[in-house]
Design a protein around this ligand. Structure first.
Ligand code: SAH
Length: 657
């Protein structure tokens, strides 16, 4: 079977559709999957094992045979736990064929083939009966179908179906229940991932303030979950406005409803402030008594208990549709709305003396509709990009450097996606400002966003958007003028890795004939930097596991190793490094520089050399980032910001990615 896969080509800035074989998808899936991380999650594994043992004992105590249904068996781990705990038979369901094949091998290797039947189907396709996949309904339901948002991987419809067709009434479920917790916070940092803040520019003729259009101000944004390693968020970057409260629970041992619904809690702010963000996480009780609990709570909730690091489950950041001022002690209602796969939040003020608002009225207020971006900005800019555009230190560097290079007669062309640089250039006095907005990103009609943006700032007719690819730029687009200042951040929406933004260099080369002989290119160059590091935890997502709770899972290790060796998996992978603490084992080192004042050379650029290790440690990998030299003395870094504590601990650019 062949599939078509879209891939951005950083030399053309375009999406290209390539025909790929069946194994392509499979390797991508395994290489990027979180199976290794799950197998290293000791806390999760131990608690599942305890919960499964307890469930098998309860069934046996009732004098029944223990028949287990394990939905989403992956490596077969939870079924093997159940079989070891004395279950009579396990049906291990796995929809992803390569994983089902691996489960068969792992189960056999561990000697459980007679107790565990691996079924390569989606659970909703599984049949029960004498000729069915399962001989009878199960009385123990074991699953691990949760993502950071709990329900994003389809746990609810899967449970709903399983209770209707695959398990007995009154079955034991491991986990028994899940509970979602929330805490209301104010955080300029996190709010900057959703809102565009006004940009202040000191121009010759006074201060200019660039404001977002009103449709952007009131836009609910996008519904996709924002999951982060909340424990790495600096504590001075947010302030908690409420205690932690339970938002909703799901009992997995009873029939589960997946239809859209909402839950509401009353909160009494512990502090006055601007309610902007709902932080959320969940825990699962492996048994009905709640004695075996596995929690995703951040460090400040239970400061005494040891935290288990994991990347397959983190914490969620939800953005309220609007910022709401709240007063200490003045009650508010927080509503969680959910459909089958996602959750979103709303906040309403409680009316004086009123314990519960009228249900129907409340329903209307609650905004049961899932958030959909109306302003287009949330489609054009993802959350890290919002963070970048709101980074005042970074903006100041651009303003400072533009001020240096712009003259009153400057003809300026900007090549970057969804950039504010053209507006800054206009405010700083450039005579003519144009911006290349090629059609590859017009899926979201960004020109409509720009029209609204220009209108809100009275900039109509001041900045020209040229909807052409660089190689198709014509003198008439530029009113037959030569470009005296070519600017870029550079940033392109198709970039995944830092060097993909070198597309700026290719675009600069393509527009060469339009450049004045004394053109200024900003940034004038870029350099790729590298450092060898030891990660505190991130190594777990790659490291072989060997045995997991006594079960041999080396087949899985080999599969992951194979897939990591497959084509682009061998390339670097993007990670928001502020979320993953590491220490440096070498000095940061400049690896390559790219001179944007010249065209892209015909020959291949490469470098070779050695790195001096400064201290003992496990070198888990090299981290790479770009620095852009805007002018000779002004640079911005997309990676390392600061070395501290005798150059050991690193501070990376804190932009949510
Ligand atoms: N149970 C394993 C793996 C969990 S990962 C463990 O705990 O280590 C979840 C797995 O469930 C994935 O392999 C995914 O392909 C599978 N899956 C998710 N929903 C499913 C469904 N409804 N039916 C069958 N498999 C499913």
């Amino acid at each position: 079977m062949k599939t078509f896969c879209g891939r951005a080509n950083p030399t053309t800035g375009s999406m290209e559709w390539l025909e790929e074989g069946e194994d392509y998808d499979y390797h991508q899936e395994i290489a990027r999957s979180r199976y290794a991380d799950m197998l290293h999650d000791k806390d999760r594994n131990v608690k599942y094992y305890q919960g499964i043992r307890a469930a098998v004992s309860r069934v046996k105590e009732r004098g029944e045979k223990a028949i287990v249904l394990d939905i989403g068996t992956g490596t077969g781990l939870l079924s093997m736990m159940a079989a070891s705990a004395g279950a009579d038979f396990c049906y291990a369901i796995e929809v992803f064929k390569p994983m089902a094949n691996a489960a068969v091998k792992i189960v056999e290797k561990n000697g459980f083939s007679d107790k565990i039947k691996v079924i390569n189907k989606h659970s909703t396709e599984v049949t029960v009966g004498p000729d069915g996949d399962m001989q009878s309904r199960a009385n123990i339901l074991v699953t691990e179908l949760f993502d950071t948002e709990l329900i994003g991987e389809g746990a609810l419809p899967t449970y709903e179906h399983a209770h209707k067709y695959l398990v007995q009434e009154g079955c034991e479920a491991v986990p028994h229940r899940a509970t979602v917790y929330v805490q209301l916070v104010e955080s300029r940092r996190m709010w900057s991932w959703k809102k565009l803040f006004p940009v202040h520019v000191e121009a010759e003729d006074g201060e200019k303030i660039l404001v977002p259009p009103s449709e952007m101000e009131n836009c609910p944004g996008v519904p996709s979950v924002c999951d982060i390693q909340l424990n790495q968020m600096p504590s001075n970057d947010f302030s908690t406005l409420s205690d932690v409260v339970k938002m909703f629970s799901v009992d997995f041992s009873k029939p589960v409803q997946s239809a859209s619904t909402y839950y509401r809690v009353q909160l009494e702010p512990v502090k006055s402030g601007k309610a902007q963000i709902v932080l959320s996480w969940w825990d699962i009780d492996m048994d009905p008594s709640g004695m075996i609990n596995c929690t995703m709570a951040p460090y400040w909730v239970k400061p005494t208990s040891a935290l288990q690091w994991r990347d397959h489950w983190m914490q969620c950041v939800y953005f309220l549709p609007r910022e709401e001022p709240v007063l200490q002690g003045e009650k508010v209602y927080l509503t969680a709305c959910r459909d089958e796969y996602s959750v979103w939040y709303n906040l309403q003020k409680a009316r004086e003396g009123e314990e519960r608002a009228d249900e129907e009225e409340h329903k209307a207020d609650a905004g049961v509709e899932s958030p959909v971006c109306r302003c287009r900005a949330h489609l054009l800019w993802n959350r890290p990009r919002f963070g970048e555009l709101n980074d005042q230190t970074r903006t100041r560097q651009y303003i400072k450097s533009l001020r240096k290079v712009l003259k009153t007669d400057s003809v300026c062309l900007c090549i970057s996606d969804g950039s504010l640089l053209p507006v800054l250039a206009h405010y700083l006095g450039a005579k003519q400002v144009q911006c290349l907005q090629p059609s590859r990103i017009d899926l979201y009609h960004p020109h409509k966003l720009w029209q609204a943006f220009f209108k809100a700032n009275n900039l109509e007719d001041k900045i020209k958007i040229i909807e052409a690819r660089p190689e198709l730029l014509k003198p008439s687009h530029l009113e037959d003028k030569k470009i005296s200042v070519l600017v870029g951040e550079p940033f392109f929406t198709t970039s995944l890795l830092p060097w993909h933004n070198l597309y700026f260099w290719y675009a600069r080369t393509a527009v060469s004939t339009h450049l004045a002989s004394n053109v200024t290119v900003l940034p004038q160059s870029a350099s790729l930097h590298m450092m060898i590091v030891e990660f505190q935890d991130l190594w777990r997502i790659r490291s072989p596991c060997g045995t997991c709770e006594g079960f041999d899972v080396r087949t899985m290790d080999d599969m992951i190793k194979d897939s990591l060796n497959f084509r682009e998996s061998r390339e670097a992978e993007p990670h928001p490094l502020w979320e993953y603490p590491c220490k440096s084992l070498s000095d940061p080192q400049e690896v390559l520089t790219f001179d944007f004042t010249q065209t892209v050379p015909q020959h291949c650029l490469s470098t070779e050399g050695s790195v001096k290790l400064l201290r003992k440690g496990k070198s888990h990998g090299a981290v790479l980032w770009m620095e852009y030299h805007l002018t000779a003395d002004i640079s911005v870094s997309t990676g390392l910001m600061q070395l501290s504590n005798e150059k050991v601990h690193l501070h990376f650019n804190l932009l949510c990615q």
